[in-house]
Design a protein around this ligand. Sequence first.
Ligand code: ACO
Length: 153
Amino acid sequence: MEPNVRFGRVNVRPFVPNDIPAIATIVREALRENYPTSLYIDIYGWWREGFLVADLQGHPVGFIAAVISSDGQARILMFAVTARFRRQGIGSHMMNEFLRVCAMRGLRRIELEVRTSNDEAIRFYKRYGFETAGVLPKFYTDGEDGYKMIRHL
Ligand code: ACO
C-alpha cells in the first residue's frame, strides 16, 4: 500500500534522468557523498528497474539504486530518504517494490554494505531479512568499517 505522508501520497516509480539534481541533494545530505552526474546515468543504463524513486507530488524524497552483478545477484549501492520524511514508511515502500522487482527478475540474492555505526539502517535491513555476513575493514573513505549484509530470495 502507498504510504500517506503529511503532505500527500508517495508514489514509487522508476528513476528518470531529470531526477538527478534532487537525488544528488539527497545523497549529499543523507549519505554525505558527492558523485558525478555520470554515475547516476551509468546505474540507470545498467539496470533501469533497479533504480527507484519515491515521488511526493513530483518531488523525489527518497531513492534506491542497485546493480546486478555478473553472477545474478543484486547489489544495493545507495538507499536513502530525505531526513524530514523518514519513519513514515517511505523506505519500506521502496524496499517492498525493490524486492518485487528482484523476484520478477528471478534473482536469488541481494547484498549491500552499510557503515557499522549506522544503527538505524542496520535495524531497517534486518527487519527486511538481511543478515550480517562479515565486516569490511576501512570500507569507507573516511576509514570507517562496513558490514556486508545479505538477503536470500
Ligand atoms: N510512524 C512511526 N514509525 C514508523 C512509521 C510511522 N508511520 N512508519 C514506519 N515507521 C518506522 C518503521 O517501523 C521503522 O522502524 P525500525 O527501523 O525500528 O524497524 C522506521 O520507521 C523506518 O522505516 P521506514 O519509515 O519504512 O524507513 P525510512 O523511510 O525511514 O527509510 C532509511 C529508512 C532509508 C534507512 C532511512 O533511515 C535513511 O535514509 N537513512 C539515512 C541514509 C542511510 O543510512 N541509508 C542506508 C545506507 S546503506 C546503503 O546505501 C547501501
